[in-house]
Every structure is written in C-alpha cells, then in structure tokens.
Design a protein around this ligand. Structure first.
Ligand code: FAD
Length: 288
C-alpha cells in the first residue's frame, strides 16, 4: 500500500523511524526493537539509509521484513549522495522486487571534510533530481524531507521553501519534517508552505530528548533551535540521565498533544531505536 493513502483517512497517522544496526552488529538486533514498536500499532515504519556503504543494503532488507514479518507498510529511505544514477536504479529495482512501494528520496549529507566533493559527477545533485527520475521511471509513493527552520546549508528559509515546492512539483506525495522543539516554528513554516501552495501532507517529525549529549549533537548537526523551556530542563537534569529521559518524554508528549490539537495529518516519531520511551509518548497522547 502506498502511504499517501493513509493520510486520506482524516485520522492522525502515526509513523515511527528506525535506523539499521551498523554492520558490526547483528541485523537481528533491530527485530527485538521492532517486536516492541509494532505493538504500538504504527501505520507505517520508516527505515533510514546509512552513510556507510556496508550498512546501506540493510535498509531494503529490514523494510522488506517489516512487510513480510509484521504485515506493516515500510518507507525505505534512499540518498543520492555517493551513488551513480545507475546504482540508484539498481537499488530501486531491488526495492520493487522486495515489494516496497514507498521511498523517502533524499540528497543525503555531503561527506564531511571534503569541500571539493563533486555531487554532479557522482549522480544526483539535489533530492529533486532523484525524485524527478524516480517518478518518471517507477511507480513509488515518494516522501521527501522538509525543514521548518530551513536546511542548514540554506541562507534563507524562503529560498528553502521554494526548493521544497520544486520537490513537490517533481512528484513528492508526502513531506516529513526535520525535528523541531518549538511547535510555533512548525506552524509558521506551514503558513509559508501554504503560501507557495504546497498541498501534500506535511508530517511533523518529533524526537524526544533523552540525554544532554544527544541534544548538543542534534543542534550541531541539524541546526535546530532550542526553546528556553527545554534549555532549562537540560540544565537541570544534565547530570541525572533518568530524570532527563523522563523530562524529555514529557516534553515530546506535550509537543505531540499540541500538534494533534492543531489537526496535523500525522506524527512521525524519531525513535532512535528506543522503544520504551516511544511507547510512553504514544501512551501519554493516546495515539495507539
Ligand atoms: P535537498 O532537498 O536536495 O536540499 C539540500 C539543500 O540544497 C537545501 O539547502 C536546499 O535548499 C538546497 N537545494 C535544493 N534544491 C536546490 C536547487 N535546485 N538549487 C540550489 N539549491 C537547492 N540522511 C541520510 O543520510 N539518511 C537518511 O535516511 C535520512 N533521513 C532523513 C529523514 C528526514 C525526515 C529528514 C528531514 C532528513 C533525513 N536525512 C537523512 C538527512 C538529509 O539527507 C540531509 O538533511 C541532507 O543534507 C539534505 O537532504 P535533502 O533530501 O533534504 O536535500
């Protein structure tokens, strides 16, 4: 089933994101986590695409088993970075053979410390180029990334929104956002998206803050802002991991509750493969 159909029900669609274990960990370890996540009754699961060549094939394998073993829909992420166009076609053929109907089409992060990296030579320069080709050659339901605070490489949010519009024009069916910690950021972004007639479901992505180090890394990597209320929590609990995780779950639950009140099409939880905390959030907001 194509996940775009789920958003037509008028009910909030719960989706959960997991990442494949790195190659030096057994693949089976993710299925222990999945056994728990599936109990939460998500509408679909998304599986990220790694930056290391070794773990990349695991995305398709896990997505395929999500469908076969659990009978759930899967959204397989794919990045253009580091692949030639022929390689991307090969991966898309493999996904079709594995019964996957949904892809998250991304550019991917540029290799760190390699300013001369020539993306065009490697294949797709931007996500929009991958989306355009995938739409022309295949029949996938295509999701793509949106950035309520702008992509870190963008000078202006308005420019980023225009690029987002181009992705939708190229054939995106669903947008899933980068995590954010202040819902007003999302609501403001939605106004801008509506102004350029972005009319596909825009699903907010929420990540619970479970420890102080994680949040520092996220802010550095994703360029998202942190409201004073969350800063205070991190300050108060940074040396008490248990209390920090509890506060992070409560903070994320409040965010989700507020988003649902504001009639979002669904909620995408970045689980970081932590089923217990995600389970608490879903229980708190009665999303099961
Ligand atoms: P793009 O949409 O191509 O945008 C990248 C930058 O280029 C932006 O600044 C944009 O404004 C600019 N741009 C776009 N088009 C043009 C144009 N025509 N001309 C000039 N500038 C342009 N990464 C992974 O490696 N694996 C994953 O599984 C993964 N999953 C993700 C899931 C979600 C929901 C999100 C939000 C991000 C995910 N990422 C993942 C991270 C993502 O790969 C990075 O943020 C990456 O830097 C950008 O990818 P993109 O598809 O958004 O790129």
């Amino acid at each position: 089933m194509k996940i775009k159909e789920l958003y037509k029900s008028g009910q909030p669609v719960l989706s959960l994101e997991i990442f494949p274990p790195q190659v030096d960990y057994p693949l089976e370890s993710i299925f222990v986590t999945l056994d728990h996540l599936v109990e939460l009754n998500p509408c679909f699961l998304s599986v990220t695409y790694g930056s290391g060549r070794g773990d990349r094939p695991r995305t398709a394998e896990i997505a395929s088993r999500i469908r076969q073993q659990y009978g759930l829909e899967a959204l397989a992420h794919l990045t253009g970075v580091g692949h030639s166009r022929a390689e991307v076609d090969e991966i898309l053929d493999q996904l079709i053979a594995a019964g996957i109907e949904n892809i998250m089409a991304l550019r991917g992060g540029l290799p760190l410390g390699d300013p001369g990296f020539d993306r065009a030579e490697q294949g797709y320069r931007y996500a929009v180029d991958l989306i355009r080709d995938a739409k022309r050659k295949y029949d996938f339901c295509i999701a793509a990334a949106a950035y309520p605070e702008g992509h870190p490489e963008s000078r202006r949010l308005s420019q980023d929104v225009i690029h987002l519009r181009q992705k939708v024009n190229a054939g995106v069916d669903v947008l899933i956002t980068q995590l954010f910690f202040d819902n007003r950021v999302f609501y403001d972004f939605m106004e801008k998206a509506q102004r350029v007639a972005i009319n596909v479901p825009v699903v907010p992505g929420i990540m619970p803050v479970l420890n102080a180090n994680q949040i520092k890394r996220i802010i550095y990597l994703c360029g998202v802002s942190m409201p004073a209320s969350l800063l205070k929590l991190v300050d108060r609990y940074q040396h008490d991991p248990e209390a920090m995780a509890k506060a992070g779950v409560e903070y994320a639950s409040n965010q989700v509750q507020d988003l649902l009140k504001n009639q979002v099409p669904g909620v995408h939880l970045y689980t970081m493969n932590k089923w217990a905390q995600v389970s608490e959030i879903i229980h708190n907001v009665k999303l099961r």
